[in-house]
Design a protein around this ligand. Structure first.
Ligand code: DAH
Length: 360
């Protein structure tokens, strides 16, 4: 019997010392588990005489109950303590200043912002967005656009060519978004009214050129669109994009194989001082090329030039982004410098809308 009371003291002491629920469970298993110290003793009751059993039976059962109660009590205490600890640890000090969430910290790259602004302006004029592949064939990038074989204009594009494939065909990285004009005209019948934003590539790099850059192409094909419509669309675009009431534009004769006539467009600006101002001053800045789609291009897409006509334009997005937001070096666009993006980037929830203001 004294042996039983020292076992009891031992187990009760272990229960009291259990620091958490896992330790308590270990004590329970050691005492009351299948091979626990109390359980083993219960098993020995069978081998005892009736007299012995009368004494030992109630003693062991009493011990079992005592241990069960002590464990349950200790478990309640431990549960409460662990809840208190969690509450203390996860406590929120509501008097602290609010920390900015991820949406407030991240910034939208100016190119993405400018693309959204442009899409918003042209969508408002009834244009749809079209896209095409970055890797092109010579046919779509040049031939279908009326670049004659061997014509110097092909060289002027500083094209990145891939190695020829098994069929001997040399794919290339598109040098402009104009090939998407061809894909669009092949895929759908006029009336067509699309703008085509995308990446373009030329082997060139300095302060205002990067090997990868962005263009926006426009294409309108129907039975009566003429150069007057084109001028209006481009002027409205510039007014909306540069967020000024008046932009003075100059249309100069130029040459592109895929348009006839071809024009280049400059806007009047003032470049004295640190920033560029539009609509005033004595400088002219070239922003895009445009023209009436060449009959050969229409023919290459299976459209009858005696029935259909239209206009197209192409402009450098990076360039007009630099102009609008006063960013001096194009190469910084692609440096992934977090200080630059924090300075020049846009807040993600300030989506450009014509009604709410394009640039927030
Ligand atoms: N694709 C020309 C370039 O990258 C830009 C261009 C000029 C596009 C005139 C046009 C256009 O659609 O009509 O230099």
């Amino acid at each position: 019997m004294t042996e039983l009371s020292s076992l009891e003291n031992e187990i009760l002491a272990a229960i009291a010392a259990a620091g958490d629920e896992a330790a308590l469970e270990a004590v329970r298993v050691a005492a009351l588990g299948k091979k626990g110290s109390v359980s083993e003793r219960m098993k020995s009751l069978g081998a005892m005489s009736a007299e012995e059993r009368k004494v030992w039976g109630p003693a062991l059962n009493g011990l079992k109950d005592k241990i069960g109660t002590a464990i349950a009590e200790r478990r309640t205490v431990l549960k409460e303590a662990s809840l208190d600890a969690r509450l203390a640890e996860e406590r929120v000090d509501v008097t602290l200043p609010v920390r900015p969430g991820p949406a407030d910290r991240g910034r939208i790259h100016p190119i993405s912002q400018v693309m959204d602004e442009i899409a918003e302006i042209f969508a408002d004029m009834g244009f749809r967005i079209a896209e095409g592949p970055d890797v092109e064939t010579d046919y779509y990038n040049f031939t279908a656009l009326n670049f004659p074989v061997g014509h110097p204009a092909r060289e002027m594009h500083d094209t990145f060519f891939f190695h020829p494939d098994e069929a001997g065909e040399r794919k290339l990285l598109r040098t402009h978004t104009s090939p998407v004009q061809i894909h669009t005209m092949e895929a759908e019948k006029p009336p067509i009214r699309v703008v085509i934003p995308g990446r373009t590539y030329r082997c060139d790099s300095d302060q205002t050129h990067t090997p990868m850059f962005h263009q926006l192409e426009g294409l309108v094909i129907d039975e009566q669109s003429h150069i007057g419509h084109m001028k209006w669309v481009l002027m409205e675009f510039c007014r909306a994009f540069f967020e000024v009431d008046h932009v003075e534009m100059r249309f100069r004769p130029s040459f592109f194989p895929f348009t006839e006539p071809s024009l280049e467009v400059d806007i009047r600006c003032d470049r004295r001082g640190n920033e560029i101002r539009f609509g005033e001053g004595d400088d002219w800045l070239e922003i895009l090329g445009c023209g009436m789609v060449h009959p050969n291009v229409l023919r290459n897409c299976g459209l009858d030039p005696d029935r259909y006509q239209g206009y197209a334009w192409g402009m450098g997005i990076d360039r007009i982004a630099m102009l609008k937001y006063g960013m001096p070096d194009l190469r910084a666009f692609f440096d992934a410098d977090v200080r630059w993006i924090n300075h020049y980037g846009f807040r993600p929830l300030d989506l450009p809308t014509l009604a709410g203001g394009l640039s927030g």
